[in-house]
Each structure stands twice: as structure tokens, then as C-alpha cells.
Design a protein. Structure first.
Length: 195
């Protein structure tokens, strides 16, 4: 049960679980070891799982018709990721999810999560709360992209996620911010302006 401590602690930041509820949740989890640069989601194939990062780092990205990559999320330990549209509607994925490091993830199928949520209110509440937070954060990111300069967005990201900035390749951060790696290097070389 020790390997599930972090995901259970994540859940218990939102809801309290009984020992029986913990066991029910653990029973739907599958563990996978993923090599660096390996994909766990690819366009054209349905995304069957919601993933939780036990160890490692991932990026979720979209590739446009010109072959340019657009990173939509970056995650490290204690983060969830998936292609939600594909996961929920069983349609082919539109995103890639790539390991940035050798990683270990826990996977859970949509149907099993839904069945658990229908039986245990705490899980229904947990998944609702994390989905609401994810939606709110995605809206905040949209406003930031519209209203802030690239430099402001970078320093905001550094302040919010210092553990990610120093760990993942800079081209991934640049792609997430919608700028070139060269421009990101220029931003990083300038002294931080205090407002």
C-alpha cells in the first residue's frame, strides 16, 4: 500500500476516505513504468486512462498541421494528466503525452472511476473538485495569454512552478508559453524587473 500513499494523500487533501474506500480505489489502479521519450497518449488512438505521476515528468502537447508542437500541460510527481475529450467520449486522442524522464504512473479507466464515483460519494466529490480547479486554472491561463507579455507569463510560471522550470527542458517551457526557445533564453538572461 505504500506506493499508493501519495495518490491517497492527494485525494485526502479534498475528502476523507475510510480504509475500505482506499482499498476500493487501489483496486482500480494499474502501475506502468514509462521510459523517457515514450508516449502514453497518441493522436488517432482512444485515450483509455487518466494518469497519475508517481515518479517522473510528462508533457501533453498538440502538433499542428505544420508540425509545430504546442505544449498544453506539464506535470511532475503528484499530478494527473489525460486527453480528457478522448478519455470521456472514447474518441481518438488529439494530444500526445510524452515522458520527459523515466517515470512511473498509475492509470485508471474512465468506466472504473465512474463506477467507483457512483458507489462512493467521496470519490465523486474529489473528481468534481479537481475538475473544477483544472477548469478554473485553464481559464486563468487563457486570460494570462491574452493580457500579459511573454516575459510576464514566464516569470509568473517560474514563481508558481519553480520545481518544474529547473527540471524540464527549456524548449518544453517555451512551447507551453507559446514562444521560441531562443526568445525564452533572452528572457532568462535579463534581470527580473520588480513591479
Amino acid at each position: 500500500m505504500e506506493k499508493y500513499d501519495s495518490i491517497l494523500a492527494n485525494i485526502e487533501r479534498y475528502v476523507k476516505l475510510t480504509e475500505d474506500e482506499k482499498q476500493q480505489f487501489i483496486s482500480i489502479l494499474r502501475t506502468s513504468r514509462i521510459k523517457k521519450r515514450q508516449f502514453v497518449i497518441q493522436p488517432g488512438y482512444p485515450c483509455e486512462y487518466r494518469h497519475y505521476i508517481l515518479e517522473g515528468a510528462f508533457r501533453v502537447f498538440y502538433m499542428d498541421e505544420n508540425g509545430k508542437e504546442h505544449t498544453v500541460s506539464i506535470g511532475i510527481e503528484d499530478w494527473f494528466f489525460t486527453d480528457f475529450y478522448s478519455y470521456i467520449y472514447k474518441e481518438p486522442a488529439t494530444y500526445f503525452a510524452e515522458a520527459l524522464e523515466d517515470s512511473i504512473i498509475l492509470k485508471m479507466r474512465y468506466e472504473e472511476v465512474e463506477e467507483l464515483c457512483s458507489k462512493v460519494h467521496s470519490f465523486s466529490q474529489f473528481f468534481r473538485l479537481v475538475t473544477e480547479k483544472a477548469f478554473a486554472n485553464s481559464r486563468k491561463r487563457i486570460i494570462s495569454n491574452i493580457s500579459k507579455t511573454s516575459e510576464e507569463r514566464y516569470w509568473e510560471y517560474v514563481e508558481k512552478y519553480p520545481q518544474i522550470v529547473n527540471r524540464v527542458p527549456q524548449y518544453v517551457i517555451a512551447s507551453y508559453l507559446g514562444i521560441s526557445p531562443e526568445f525564452l533564453s533572452k528572457i532568462r538572461s535579463r534581470p527580473l524587473k520588480k513591479s
